[in-house]
Design a protein around this ligand. Structure first.
Ligand code: C2E
Ligand code: CA
Ligand code: CA
Ligand code: CA
Length: 278
């Protein structure tokens, strides 16, 4: 390649090498950051549309990386998912989120008695130690298992028999299971009746889309989920009109900037439905 000068292949090679180095550095920094306590959980209220009150929150990880500020999960979860690091992160998140419920219980007020949903990667769900990570978090915190929901994306259910088995075991423990980002993968409504899940979270792209057909699809998803005795949470609710449509469709719960953004534990607001909607 030298004799031919810097050809396209060689430049591509350099870029690929730089990209791989960057990922390796990020992974090392993240591993260190997790051990050094640089990761924090933010919490976003999930509103019960029946009562208008917050009954649970979703835990969303942030990395307070020195010299980089607050790093959002999309910037590091994909790198963590390439190795067992995402399992270490999941174990930490389960322990931290359940411990937070106990701290909020002790504080009382609007933060007492909440439930929490933790995002778990498909890679972690398929690991043999997943169940132990959950039971450890439950034992250390002493919370009732029904106050913990594990959120997984539907793609993990397709080809991982162990993942399905773990979901069944989690539900036997009394832990709740939610399918995240529903509608973006390949799970059909018909399959829902056979999956070991309690809650379906409708992806933001369907909730916020101005396309007329999407409102019908959301209504259909909600009634299908209900016919299989699943609860439905709508994600990414930003506008009053979206909330009205969800209320009209008997959606069970909703989450989004209209009510509250994800915030640190100490800042969790007493989120309620806007007065006009009730
Ligand atoms: P997700 O589980 O689908 O989480 C919902 C995302 O939507 C969050 O982004 C949340 O801040 C954002 N969101 C909530 N309401 C609204 C809204 O009204 N409008 C808009 N535009 N966005 C809204 P975030 O916190 O950046 O998290 C991104 C993704 O990173 C999550 O998507 C989840 O897949 C992943 N993630 C977050 N925390 C964890 C974690 O602890 N473990 C794992 N494995 N993944 C995580
Ligand atoms: Ca989620
Ligand atoms: Ca989601
Ligand atoms: Ca998402």
């Amino acid at each position: 390649a030298k004799a031919a000068g810097r050809g396209v292949v060689e430049v591509f090679d350099d870029e690929l090498r730089a990209e791989l180095n960057a990922r390796a550095e990020l992974e090392t920094a993240l591993r260190h950051g997790l051990e050094a306590g640089e990761l924090v959980l933010y919490y976003q209220p999930v509103l019960d549309l029946g009562t208008g009150r917050t009954r649970s929150v979703e835990a969303l990880v942030r990395w307070v990386r020195p010299g980089h500020g607050l790093v959002p999960p999309d910037a590091f979860i994909p790198v963590a998912e390439a190795s067992s690091l995402v399992c270490d992160l999941g174990r930490w998140a389960l322990a931290e989120a359940t411990a937070q419920l106990v701290r909020w219980d002790a504080e009382g007020g609007h933060r007492g008695g909440l439930a929490v949903a933790v995002n778990i990667s498909g890679r972690h769900l398929a690991q043999a130690h997943l169940l132990e990570d959950v039971t450890d978090a439950l034992a250390a915190s002493g919370i009732d298992p029904s106050r913990l929901t594990v959120e997984i994306t539907e793609t993990v259910l397709v080809d991982e028999p162990l993942a399905l088995e773990h979901l069944r075991s989690l539900r036997e423990l009394g832990v709740r299971v939610a399918i995240d980002d529903f509608g973006t993968g390949y799970t059909s409504i018909g399959q829902l009746s056979r999956l070991p899940v309690d809650v379906l979270k409708i992806d933001r792209s369907f909730v916020s889309s101005p396309e007329a057909g999407h409102a019908d699809l959301v209504r259909l998803l909600i009634s299908a989920a209900h016919s299989f005795s699943l609860g439905v949470v709508a994600e990414g609710v930003e506008e009053d009109g979206q909330l009205s449509a969800l209320l009209a469709a008997s959606c069970d719960a909703a989450q989004g900037y209209l009510f509250a953004r994800p915030v640190p534990a100490a800042d969790l607001p007493p989120a309620e439905l806007p007065g006009a909607a009730v």
